[in-house]
Design a protein around this ligand. Structure first.
Ligand code: URA
Length: 254
């Protein structure tokens, strides 16, 4: 793969396309220890040695991060008021990263951040039905009747009912609050409608008081990550996601 030198530098976040052109003109960039002819010079990532202000750059076509999204942080690239999930990824090479899907401001948990648009599309496309699992604390007693209602497909005020979802009751805490018990549950859904988990519980007359995503397709939140912490995906995780993509796409065709 060959790339224009200015694109190579801009992709890595060295600056905007016009800034990097300036850097090249000011002789702050070298290619294999020589000054380039100009911003349009073609370079081969991984083969040519590119230095900016003396420091060698490392080109990565794709980056993949797993973040444990904290509360009060928005699932966006930029925001005028809140910290974004991208602000938390401090060690990144690419400037074209984005969060794969959205979590509410008060939801915590697994957020995949990448610049791999094709993978993101396959994880989010409504027709692919990639399962997403959430852990939640719900005010009140979640019952077997609720489990059946979730499995049948709940009416949540959309044109069609929500697709059948798997609700598992983990624990009921009757001690902490004197007013009402708090139920701990896990819920797996295969869609991504706005406020979907909260709306599904509202549909059975219950209120979600804490929500955390724990998996998305083959990707599971690393329990060692505290809210606000992130790490790069391992090769195994990337391959699992890519493999799953083929399986889900295969299922869709049949
Ligand atoms: N469902 C919700 O209600 N909120 C989220 O953040 C994710 C799923």
């Amino acid at each position: 793969m060959q790339l224009r030198l200015d694109k190579y530098l801009a992709d890595l976040g060295v600056g905007t396309r016009s800034q990097v052109k300036q850097y090249i003109r000011r002789k702050q960039v070298t290619v294999n220890d020589f000054l380039p002819k100009g911003p349009e010079q073609k370079v081969v990532p991984g083969k040519d040695r590119i230095r900016f202000q003396g420091t060698e750059l490392c080109y990565q076509e794709y980056e993949y991060f797993m973040l444990n999204k904290p509360k009060n942080c928005v699932s966006a690239v930029t925001d005028p008021y809140y910290k974004t999930v991208l602000d938390l990824i401090t060690e990144k090479n690419r400037r074209d990263l984005f969060p794969v899907g959205r979590l509410d401001l008060d939801t915590e948990g697994l957020m995949l951040i990448t610049n791999d648009g094709s993978l993101a599309h396959d994880l989010l496309a409504p027709g692919k039905h990639v399962p997403k699992t959430y852990y939640a604390k719900v005010a009140g007693s979640v019952t077997e009747e609720d489990v059946e209602k979730f499995a049948a497909g709940l009416e949540i005020g959309e044109k069609k009912p929500a697709l059948p979802a798997e609700l598992r009751i983990l624990f009921e805490d009757r001690e902490t609050s004197v007013e009402q018990p708090v139920s701990e549950i896990e819920l797996t859904i295969t869609e991504g409608k706005f406020h979907q988990v909260k709306r599904m519980f509202e549909a059975v007359g219950k209120h979600v008081i804490y929500l955390k995503r724990i998996s998305m397709g083959a990707l599971k939140l690393d329990e060692a990550l505290q809210p606000g912490e992130y790490r790069t995906l391992t090769e195994t995780e990337i391959n699992l996601l890519k493999k799953q993509r083929k399986t889900v796409a295969g299922k869709e065709k049949s």
